[in-house]
Design a binder for this molecule. Structure first.
Ligand SMILES: Nc1ncnc2c1ncn2[C@@H]1O[C@H](COP(=O)(O)OP(=O)(O)OP(=O)(O)O)[C@@H](O)[C@H]1O
Length: 371
């Protein structure tokens, strides 16, 4: 998109402008102009993660050019734009006058999202550019990712159609991003395919840190929750939770990659939450899913958070699978993550006569799936 399609805040628009040429429509322009009176004079500061650190994040609004709105969140509108000639996404949130509780929750989440994003630098985490806070309008500027969300991508695919190579690549991108996030002591708490964005080269970046928090401040997110279909049972039950809630959500995302379907699509989010937390329900394992990936998913969505692996381990397992799969495309057909346990020497000894006597029968007994 050409730079001249975008307008700095406060710039007058030509009324005859064509609505469909990538520029702002009159309505969109009026909205941005109405926000501009709040944004132009902004020069906010926000507390950094260190108690005494006040990090400057304030955007230079004269360098911000708005394009079209291309997405919406629950409480935000997302515009394309340019900031200092870099293509960006601009997330705008406006506090509702009529709902002071929501207004205050939105401010808390804006502050928390900025203070966390500010410190993150990783190829699989969305890059923060700048922000602007001038109540009742808040804006967060990040790099723009042209591939849209993973959910939108999956919606365009046939069920069960993603090739294993792509599933492994995307799963590894997510696991790398999450491993980095956890290494920084941050819990995401809303990991889902809508919050995973795709770059041009199908590189995934983790986004939307609105309800994320530092590990040692993991109380319930005031005013908001994550999304039930992806939420770990202990978080649904509002119990104390740890980094492992993200591992649970990762398992659901892995299931989405393998099926391209929406988890618990035949239930409302509340029904899904009840089924997961009270009946230990999980999405059905795909029939043709390699056993190695089924085992990883099952482990990651275990109801006991201590049985879920850390992301470091997940990265290492997925790396191993990717390497083996690259070298031998039939790897997943042969690989059995549950190798039969070696028999104890005592039992082996006892079996010898019976093997000798019934050598023909032994084969079929060993092959019995019930053993
Ligand atoms: N940097 C970006 N590049 C491309 N698309 C983006 C970007 N940021 C957000 N989006 C799009 O906007 C949608 C909503 O963004 P985001 O999840 O950050 O908003 P939100 O208000 O926190 O949403 P919600 O509260 O509903 O989860 C994303 O699912 C994605 O499709």
């Amino acid at each position: 998109m050409r730079l001249e399609c975008f307008r700095p805040i406060g710039h007058k628009q030509n009324q005859n402008q064509n609505k469909h040429d990538g520029r702002l429509s009159l309505g969109e322009f009026r909205k941005v102009v109405s926000w501009s009176k709040f944004l132009v004079s902004s020069g906010g500061k926000i507390k950094g993660r260190e108690e005494d650190e006040e990090a400057e994040w304030s955007a230079d609004m004269s360098q911000l050019f708005f394009g079209r709105k291309f997405a919406s969140g629950r409480h935000s509108q997302i515009y394309r734009g340019f900031y200092k000639k870099i293509e960006v996404a601009i997330k705008m949130t406006i506090q509702p006058e009529e709902d002071p509780n929501l207004a205050s929750a939105l401010e808390t989440h804006f502050t928390s999202e900025v203070s966390l994003l500010l410190h993150l630098r990783h190829p699989n985490i969305i890059t923060f550019v700048a922000a602007c806070k001038k109540a009742p309008v808040f804006c967060i500027i990040t790099e723009y990712l042209s591939g849209g969300s993973l959910r939108n991508y999956l919606n365009l695919q046939e069920p069960y159609s993603l090739c294993l190579e792509l599933v492994l690549k995307l799963a590894l991108d997510i696991a790398h991003g999450m491993n980095y996030l956890h290494s920084q002591g941050i819990l995401h708490r809303d990991l889902k395919s809508d919050n995973l964005l795709l770059g041009e080269d199908m590189q995934i970046k983790v986004a939307d840190f609105g309800i994320s928090c530092l590990e040692n401040h993991s109380g319930s997110p005031k005013g908001f929750t994550g999304t039930y279909r992806w939420m770990a049972p202990e978080m649904i039950n509002e119990k104390q939770h740890t980094k492992k809630v993200d591992v649970y959500s990762f398992a659901i995302v892995l299931w989405e990659l393998l099926t391209a379907l929406t988890p618990f699509h035949d239930m409302t989010p509340l029904q899904a939450a009840f089924a997961v937390s009270q009946k230990n329900a999980r999405p059905p394992l795909p029939a043709n899913c390699p056993m190695a990936l089924s085992q990883l998913m099952t482990q990651c969505w275990s109801s006991n958070p201590n049985k879920r692996p850390h992301f470091e381990e997940i990265v290492s397992i997925l790396n191993q699978y990717s390497d083996s799969f690259r070298q031998d495309p039939s790897f997943f057909t042969h690989h059995n993550p549950f190798p039969p346990k070696p028999r104890s020497p005592h039992l082996f000894h006892l079996c010898i006569p019976c093997i000798c006597r019934n050598s023909g029968r032994r084969k079929s007994v060993a092959a019995s799936p019930n053993r």
